[in-house]
Ligand binder design. Structure first.
Ligand code: GLN
Length: 392
């Protein structure tokens, strides 16, 4: 066979999405790849039905349909506290995934450094590799997932062009405080670098934590590329609607990258989603209340059966400690990945091994998500209770 690129040998497929395939094949309850099992809001479904007959069905403007960008500018402008120009400062992408890839490709040359917190959402590794950039990892240290600002500064001193900030953070659920973001932003200004944020969980934040968009901080607008998506906010992960927001000079270049990567996000789905972008604030309050209830319910279930876990400040993920199981003779030599595969077939619950997210040698955590109906969460707790019996 002719030789393939060196690049494709430097990363694996996504373990998150691999676990979904294994879970589906085994008929397990899938708490690995994060997506809800409930329907999007009725208004979006009605709009989608309408679009089926009235269109559009052809390409939209490459960087997003005009009405979709206008609605986005209104919604995101409120949270950023500025008037956004829908023509010049927004690029609509195929999911937050493309927004992130597009942002990193727009900023980095091959050989550039980029700071990534660890644990990190696994896409960032591939984003860096595909852009030719070298990650500098800075640990978020459990139990509170704090970081050492000195290490961030070291990264910038080594010439990092950008720092990726996932806020709220997948997989550890950290919500960065205004002080933390200001400190990171000050360094980005000092070293003339970018802050690339992934804010797809912006509305899944649990009180008393609050989401602060980095681009809203005084003096930072010119240095921030905000990546986001409609997937989690409107329960439409399959629609693949994402976007990035950046100052005009950056957005103009991101538009070019995006145009040649994917041409555009699906126009019928942009049209149907406009109604969601125009929802009143009460919708987002309701979403937050719904997920707060799910988080509290699921964590209470884990506590009841005695499974140790972190308490996420945001996102719909929880990291569960499997260290005690790995000391049992039957799991001798098991990696967290092997444990997750065992769990799918023997417990009927799919999780993501923590090692997919950590640069450090972490093998005793797995990630579960709780974007599931209560009945399903009950069933998961019942199955995990049987798992706990191994420890007795
Ligand atoms: N963000 C989700 C997760 O971490 C999945 C996103 C995706 O697979 N594109 O599970």
């Amino acid at each position: 066979m002719p030789k393939l690129s060196d690049r494709v040998g430097t990363f694996t497929d996504s373990v998150i999405r691999r676990m979904t395939r294994i879970s589906d094949a085994c008929g397990a309850i899938n708490l690995s790849q994060g997506f809800p099992d409930f329907d999007p809001p009725r208004e979006l479904l009605d709009a989608l039905a309408d679009v089926a007959y009235h269109g559009p069905h052809q390409y939209s403007v490459t960087f997003g349909a005009e009405n979709f960008r206008e609605a986005l500018a209104r919604k995101a402008g409120l949270s950023l506290g500025r008037v956004l120009d829908p023509d010049k400062e927004i690029v609509v992408t195929c999911g937050g995934t493309e927004a992130m890839m597009c942002a990193v490709m727009t900023v980095c040359n091959p050989g550039d450094r980029i700071i990534v917190f660890s644990p990190f959402y696994e896409n960032y590794g591939a984003d860096a590799i595909l852009s030719g950039a070298d990650p500098i990892y800075v640990p978020l240290v459990p139990p509170h997932y704090d970081f050492d600002l000195g290490l961030v500064e070291d990264g910038f001193r080594q010439g990092a062009k950008a720092i990726i900030v996932c806020n709220p953070s997948n997989p550890c659920g950290k919500v960065f405080t205004r002080q933390e973001l200001t400190a990171i932003g000050d360094l980005a200004l000092k070293y003339d670098a970018f802050v690339i944020t992934d804010e797809v969980y912006e509305h899944l934040v649990y009180a008393p934590n609050v989401h602060v968009p980095a681009a809203s901080l005084p003096g930072l607008w010119e240095h921030v590329i905000t990546c986001n998506s409609l997937s989690k906010t409107y329960s439409i992960t399959g629609w693949r609607l994402g976007y990035l927001i950046a100052p005009e000079a950056v957005a103009e270049c991101a538009k070019k990258v995006h145009d040649f990567l994917t041409v555009g996000a699906p126009s019928p789905l942009q049209e149907a989603a406009v109604v969601g972008l125009n929802f009143p604030p009460s919708y987002y309050d309701g979403l937050q209340a719904l997920y707060t209830e799910k988080r509290d319910y699921f964590l209470a279930g884990l506590d009841r059966i005695g499974l140790k876990h972190n308490v996420p400040q945001g996102t719909y993920f929880v990291l569960v400690d499997i260290g005690d199981f790995l000391t049992l003779p039957q799991f001798r030599g098991y990696t967290d990945l092997a444990f997750c595969e065992w769990m799918i077939t023997n417990v009927g619950v799919a999780a993501v091994p923590g090692s997919s997210f950590f640069r450090e040698d972490v093998s005793d955590l797995i990630r579960l998500h709780f974007a599931r109906e209560k009945d399903t969460l009950d069933e998961v707790i019942d199955r995990l209770a049987k798992l706990m019996e191994l420890l007795k």
